[in-house]
Design a protein around this ligand. Structure first.
Ligand SMILES: [Zn+2]
Length: 303
């Protein structure tokens, strides 16, 4: 009996090895693909999402200049130490990419410092992106890609596509820094020089969940999905509450994380205060508070 079983094991040896290898491959694939997702919010619409292998970051903005420096057109600057302190923490993640919703200062000011810190990852955003601070480093131009709504970008197990969006209406009907850039804008510069024309929302698909990043509040067209696990939605303006209601009626979302509700002229080191024109209670009424997760700065949120 003993002899027979020994022979059997010997004969099946290569098969056992093959199965072992197959299961190991399957296991390592499923652990990277189905890893839990974690989100961090850095104020305004600056958000990172990671599965431990890859990180995608939206709208890098940490060096929040004062209201008066923006209003009076003073030069505004990115602080590399702040970028390092708050976002330079992704050492495990081997794939990194940055996505820009639109090119206003409060969505892009720290882009170049983050590009340097992350060794020039791919950056995707609207057309104006290629004119902002792109002369000093040739590398910068190469890693920036103009996003269009027909592209699907793969970053590890993430698949990201852009949706046409609109800028949220500003208080008093003010049109801030609107327009197409046609020549290079070097930083530091005034906030008025960082113009935005197009605006994107991003749909993020991952085996562990689907997320919609909507920094403004309005989509021109209906979304190509009916359900997302997580909706990140900018609520800076109270003027488009009705349109938000329309979006939220059509799009079912399990969890809703409001963003762009904080006063982005105050340094991140200070306590978060709300934007004066923002209507958090109205938003809660609209959505139902049980689905809302109000993010805290740098909190690690499991999705
Ligand atoms: Zn804007």
């Amino acid at each position: 009996m003993v002899k027979v079983s020994k022979i059997k094991i010997k004969a099946n040896g290569p098969k056992v090895l093959l199965w072992g290898f197959f299961l190991l491959t399957l296991f390592s694939f499923s652990t990277s693909a189905n890893s839990p997702l974690f989100l961090k919010w850095y104020g305004t619409t600056c958000v990172s999402i990671t599965d431990g292998q890859s990180v995608i970051l939206f709208d890098p903005y940490l060096s929040r200049p004062s209201f008066w420096s923006v209003l009076f057109g003073s030069e505004i600057k990115s602080d590399p130490a702040l970028v390092r302190k708050y976002i330079g923490l992704f050492e495990e993640e081997k794939n990194k990419a940055i996505f820009i919703s639109h090119t206003h200062f409060d969505h892009i000011l720290d882009l170049q410092n983050l590009e340097q810190l992350w060794d020039y990852p791919q950056v995707y955003g609207p057309m104006n992106l290629k004119f902002i601070d792109a002369t000093s480093e040739n590398e910068t131009r190469k890693n920036r890609k103009i996003m269009t709504t027909d592209k699907v970008i793969s970053v590890g197990s993430f698949k990201i596509s852009a949706l046409q969006s609109q800028h949220s209406p500003l208080p008093l009907g003010f049109d801030f820094a609107k327009g197409k850039l046609s020549e290079n804008i070097n930083l530091p510069t005034s906030a008025y020089q960082l113009k935005a024309q197009e605006s994107f929302a991003y749909l993020i698909k991952h085996p562990s969940g689907t997320i919609l990043f909507q920094s403004g509040a309005v989509s021109r067209e209906s979304y190509p999905v009916e359900y997302v696990d997580t909706l990140l939605i900018g609520i800076a303006s109270r003027k488009d509450q009705d349109m938000k209601a329309g979006i939220l009626k059509k799009l079912k979302a399990k969890k809703i994380i409001p963003i762009h509700f904080d006063n982005f002229f105050k340094p991140l080191s200070e306590h978060i205060t709300h934007l004066p024109f923002m209507d958090s209670q109205g938003f809660e009424k609209l959505v139902g508070s049980e689905r809302i997760h109000w993010p805290k700065l740098f909190e690690k949120i499991a999705l």
